[in-house]
Design a protein around this ligand. Sequence first.
Ligand code: MD3
Ligand code: FE
Length: 205
Amino acid sequence: PREELGPGAVLLRRFAFSYDEERTLVAAIDTIVEAAPFRHMITPGGFRMSVAMTNAGALGWVTDLSGYRYTPRDPESDRPWPAIPSCLLRLASRAAKSGGFDGFVPDACLVNRYEPEARMTLHQDKNERDFAAPIVSVSLGIPAVFLWGGEKRNDTAKRVPLAHGDVVVWGGPSRLRFHGVLPLKDDEHPLLGRQRLNLTFRKAG
Ligand code: MD3
Ligand code: FE
């Protein structure tokens, strides 16, 4: 099932299953979290994010009082971020190919953990160097309502439910659209419990 959300934005429902077993993906995420635990980062405006985050890859996305950026090291440990596990790299490039972007090799994987009530306000992803590469997102665990906005913050946002195993490829004209996630409703997933994990694969450098 392949759904066009907009130009360059393709929703692949349950793609993370046809490709790989969910347990393999969750085990790969566990290895990342062991090396670089989840943490609640602080926005430049001084707010603690409700979403907990960590990263894998040559570059990781961070925020603190001095701003948003990609760094080669985990600022909590001063060690390089863990490598992106190969099963995740394969999933990301296979999904990108299905979305029309052949040859996608991400150098950054941001892992977001939402517990009930966590949310992400409307924003654009523009800390990456090259907007020609897509972003591939993978949703696991309890469902969320994704907000798919326009080119300006005040453009009306469409609500898109995202469930366990859903993969979205965001490229082309959709790459710089505003987007966010509504506060997560309390729920329980058989494998992941009361949380949602979202992976975003990026070409940051
Ligand atoms: C559309 N994450 O990490 S994934 C983020 O569910 C982020 O955790 C959300 O937004 C989450 O930056 C949404 C879907 C997504 C990710 C990046 C995009 C949609 C996008 C970049 C451009 C356009
Ligand atoms: Fe984003």
